[in-house]
Design a protein around this ligand. Structure first.
Ligand code: URA
Length: 247
């Protein structure tokens, strides 16, 4: 079925992508700072069909910086250690400082949180429904963590993680969906829940300790090896589907 048309002005396009107030967006165009598909536009009321798949990806540039139009933003960040996931971070810089200002102005939010010392795959979006679905405990999107433990991990500890351990906030045991020792002090563990400090608390519950923690996968979406620490990028449509997959 053909997509319904979505025809918007250049001013609306810039506004929707986080380039400031409508007035600011108009001024950007008047000053000749906006190019669409390689052509400078001077009239902010010019319209464009953003639903026209034959023109995708719709690219534009502002002040010489290239952008792709995204009706909703879905992105991944390779989170470095030493960054907090809250907007108003207290003791470390916020992960939001790693995103460019148009995305911050679009009010993208992280999908769940990682501790400041945890590294790896973190998703962001301005699609409230997606965030809710991904973060909802009912949805059970599995997440894979690479864990370096402070002491070598024993077979018995792996068995306990798979059988289930009781944490201090609930009598119901939580268990790993999968747990594989990849080196004497290195575990690859898959969890379906997203409880506060869950990995660290589970390892403490089996009398070990997390020395380093990295999230490498959400659903079927694996953190790409070419996304450097601290770098972000938009998800492709395939990656978006993979991220919400329950495998
Ligand atoms: N579990 C933790 O303990 N910390 C994280 O950052 C993520 C999962």
């Amino acid at each position: 079925m053909p997509r319904p048309k979505n025809i918007i002005s250049i001013e609306q396009l810039l506004f929707s992508q986080g380039f400031g107030t409508r007035k600011r967006c108009r001024v950007l165009v008047i000053e000749g700072l906006v190019q669409i598909n390689g052509e400078t536009v001077n009239d902010s009321s010019l319209t464009i069909d953003v639903s026209d798949e034959s023109a995708w990806p719709l690219t534009f540039s502002v002040n010489g910086e290239a952008w792709e139009y995204h009706a909703k933003a879905y992105l991944m960040l390779n989170k470095p250690a030493g960054y907090e996931c809250s907007q108003k971070a207290k003791s470390h810089p916020s992960v939001y400082t790693l995103l460019p200002s148009p995305l911050r102005l679009r009010d993208v939010q992280s999908v769940g949180r990682l501790d400041q010392d945890t590294t790896g795959l973190l998703l962001f979006s301005d699609d409230g429904q997606f965030i809710h679905q991904m973060a909802s405990p009912k949805h059970h999107v599995p997440k894979v963590y690479e864990i370096t433990t402070s002491s070598p991990i024993s077979d018995q500890q792996i068995r306990r993680l798979l059988d289930g351990v009781v944490l201090d906030d609930s009598p119901t045991p939580v268990r790993a969906l999968a747990c594989e020792r990849t080196a004497p002090s290195h575990l690859k563990m898959t969890l379906a829940q997203g409880k506060y400090h869950q990995v660290k608390r589970m390892l403490s519950a089996v009398d070990n300790h997390v020395a380093a923690l990295h999230r490498s996968q959400i659903g079927n979406l694996v953190l790409p090896s070419n996304l450097g620490t601290g770098e972000w990028r938009f998800l492709t449509v395939t990656e978006l589907l993979a991220a919400s997959s329950r495998q």
